[in-house]
Ligand binder design. Sequence first.
Ligand code: DC
Length: 210
Amino acid sequence: MTFIIAIDGPAAAGKGTLSRRIAGDYGFHHLDTGLTYRATAKALLDAGLPLDDEALAARMAANLDLSGLDRDVLSRHEIGEAASKVAVMSPVRRALVEAQRAFSRRDPGTVLDGRDIGTVVCPDAPVKLYVTAAPEVRARRRFDEIVGRGGEADFDAIFRDVQIRDARDAGRADSPLRPADDAHLLDTSEMGIEAAFQAARSIIDRVLDR
Ligand code: DC
């Protein structure tokens, strides 16, 4: 049976880096489910279509090809903003969750990261991690990332953005961001990626009985 690792948490908590590292280490397939919401939003933007038409957005979501998700293109700020708007639409979520579940069954195992993996997409996953960090720490990481790439950034604006995004993700009616009851909490506020990875690995290995 496929081994599924569900990783949830707010934006910029480090779950993407951690998920890729875990998938690489265990030889599992990885899906950043945020990219599926981003790609749906981008498809609408590219076609010059409105972001507030649920039926249209759901059709875009249902036609999405998971093999063509380009993280570099999709990580753009305005696409993230648009994604958080389509992510509140139940018909969009239904279509994307179906595609995410199909992905989760790939052998020998999968790592899915997002907001509702442990609660909605894969509630039976044997390992669930909820990765979080203080909002200022997450804003600082995003700031450093942009500046590190040679870009310009305004810390206060990023910090405000993180808080708005958190409120929208946690406050929506359908599949709000929250830890599953059986999730292991990993607060990375004072933890580097290596320490977070080691903590995750000991949880996973206990379940795999290694
Ligand atoms: O993690 P991210 O910034 O790429 O996510 C983009 C948006 O999609 C964000 O507003 C949260 C939403 N999302 C979601 O609702 N459910 C998921 N499983 C993943 C992301």
